[in-house]
Design a protein around this ligand. Structure first.
Ligand code: SAM
Length: 276
């Protein structure tokens, strides 16, 4: 039987790589910065992006700040670009950020960036991730985090409501709970990681950016259909692949109509500083 912790919900294929690129654009349209404006940038700063996926954020940081050095870490290298495409101040490396931090990475970074960990954290407990990120920071370093408040998803129309209900069944089987994202500031402050939150925002998308959020989300939901058979072994109430794909197709059609169905997540952003 599959154990929930062994199941990353998304296939790492080319459509997923393109989805991550589009979602990077969504975040940039929303934030209009790569590095939080409160982070002072100095020559030679060292930055890590954890769970970087395609590493587009890290590549953009490397280009925008040529005097900084950036490493994009991920548990899987599937989406890493070939080294010929890396700027000279960027590199990619494998790292499981939910296991003990290797000693050579402890206290090495001025900034740690986390984005879209909602579906990776299990059991409503982000503290191992927060503690590991904090261990990698130098004293006075910054943790910059952007994520999704799936618990507060906007659900409009019957087809969206059905899919939201199916998502909950999947989430239960995968031991995923999104409550921690609603109170990310408190979770970071309470994680016993020597971090203090300096900025926490639940600013909503501009209306013009909502379709991009929804489209990238619906593609992720389609992608996650590949894991349903495994999750069904954990919990038989999980929808079948056919039920899931049918519900998704109906929602996709409904969402294209004027005043049609909507299913998307609002963003959350946080900046914390490690105590000196
Ligand atoms: C939803 S993607 C987000 C990618 C990127 N941060 C972005 O915003 O485009 C989540 C990423 O976390 C990675 N991941 C999952 N478990 C991980 C772990 N234990 N340690 C490091 N990375 C992990 C996945 O391989 C995937 O690339």
């Amino acid at each position: 039987m599959a154990t929930p912790s062994s199941t990353y919900l998304l296939k790492r294929d080319q459509i997923e790589a393109i989805r991550l690129g589009s979602r990077h654009l969504l975040w940039q349209l929303h934030l209009k910065h790569l590095l939080h404006p409160e982070i002072p940038t100095t020559d030679g700063m060292v930055i890590a992006d954890i769970g970087a996926g395609t590493g587009l954020w890290a590549l953009e940081v490397a280009n925008q700040f040529p005097s900084l050095r950036v490493t994009a870490f991920d548990i899987a290298g599937t989406h890493f670009p070939s080294p010929e495409f890396w700027p000279s101040n960027a590199k990619f490396a494998l790292l499981n950020s939910l296991q003990d931090v290797p000693s050579e990475l402890v206290g090495q970074f001025d900034v740690i960036h986390l984005r879209m960990w909602a579906f990776v954290v299990r059991g409503d407990d982000p503290s191992p991730l927060i503690q590991n990120a904090a261990k990698m920071l130098k004293p006075g370093g910054y943790l910059q985090w952007e994520d999704a408040r799936f618990e507060s998803s906007i659900v409009k129309g019957d087809s969206a409501a059905l899919l939201r209900q199916m998502m909950s069944q999947m989430g239960n089987a995968a031991k995923i709970n999104f409550q921690w994202l609603e109170e990310l500031d408190q979770r970071v402050n309470r994680a016993d990681a020597n971090l203090e939150v300096v900025d926490f925002q639940k600013k909503l998308w501009l209306p013009q950016n909502i379709p991009l959020c929804m489209n990238t989300f619906l593609i992720a939901l389609e992608n996650s259909g590949a894991i349903l058979d495994k999750l069904k072994q954990v919990d038989p109430s999980v929808p079948s692949t056919k039920e899931w794909m049918d519900a998704l197709e109906t929602l996709q059609k409904d969402s294209c109509k004027p005043e049609g169905s909507q299913l998307y997540w609002p963003p959350v952003t946080l900046l914390a500083r490690k105590n000196t």
